[in-house]
Write a new protein. Structure first.
Length: 192
C-alpha cells in the first residue's frame, strides 16, 4: 500500500507544473538541450568548450544566469570557467552523470556550493546525453528526502529505494519535486 498523501502531492506537482501533455521539467529539459546542443547563431553543434563556459556561467536556455546562481560572484564564475576549461579532456571521457558530477565537484571553490555543482553538472550532462540516474541530494532536495525517512548519508538516492509513488516521474523531476515540496512533505509526514 502506498502513501496516500505522497501520491496526492506528486499528482499536485504534475498538475501544477505541466502543460498539455508535458511536464514543465520535461519542457525545460528540451529547451535546455536545444540551448546546450546548438549554436544560437546557426544550426551547428556546439563545441564542448562553449558548453563548459555556458555551464560555468550558469546559463539557462534563455542565455541568462539561472536564478539558483544569481548571487554567485563574477570572480567565482570566472574561476570555475577556467577550472572547467582545464578539465575539458576529462569531461570528454565521461560515461555517466556521476563522472561529470565528480569532475565538477573536484572544481569546487569557495562560493560555488552543492547546488551550483549539481546544476552545472546537470547542464553539462544535457549536452553529453548523460542525465542523472539517481537523485542527488543538495539543499532542499536533501530536506525533502530526509523528511520521507530516506537514507541521505550517501549524498544521493537510487530510484529503486524511493516509494512507488515516484514511478510516474523522471529522475530530474523527482529532484525538482523533493526540493519544491520539501515543506509540504514535512507537514504531511508530521500529520500522519
Amino acid at each position: 500500500m502506498g502513501i496516500k498523501w505522497l501520491n496526492e502531492l506528486i499528482d499536485d506537482y504534475i498538475e501544477a507544473r505541466s502543460e498539455p501533455g508535458k511536464l514543465v521539467k520535461r519542457k525545460y529539459l528540451l529547451k535546455l538541450r536545444e540551448y546546450y546542443k546548438n549554436n544560437s547563431n546557426s544550426i551547428e553543434h556546439l563545441e564542448l568548450e562553449e558548453v563548459l563556459t555556458r555551464a560555468a556561467w550558469a546559463k539557462d536556455y534563455n542565455g541568462n544566469r539561472h536564478s539558483h546562481q544569481r548571487r554567485l560572484k563574477k570572480k567565482v564564475l570566472e574561476q570555475i570557467n577556467t577550472l572547467f576549461s582545464d578539465r575539458k579532456g576529462d569531461f570528454k571521457n565521461c560515461s555517466s552523470f556521476e563522472d561529470i558530477f565528480k569532475i565538477v565537484s573536484e572544481c569546487r571553490i569557495k562560493g560555488f556550493g552543492p547546488l551550483a555543482i549539481y546544476d552545472a553538472s546537470f547542464r553539462i550532462s544535457v549536452y553529453l546525453d548523460l542525465l542523472p540516474t539517481q537523485v542527488h541530494l543538495h539543499a532542499g532536495v536533501r530536506t525533502g528526502a530526509q523528511s520521507l525517512g530516506l537514507d541521505i548519508s550517501k549524498g544521493y538516492i537510487t530510484v529503486e529505494l524511493l516509494p512507488d509513488e515516484f514511478k510516474k516521474l523522471e529522475v530530474c523531476e523527482i529532484e525538482d519535486f523533493l526540493c519544491i515540496y520539501k515543506y509540504k512533505i514535512v507537514e504531511c509526514g508530521n500529520e500522519n
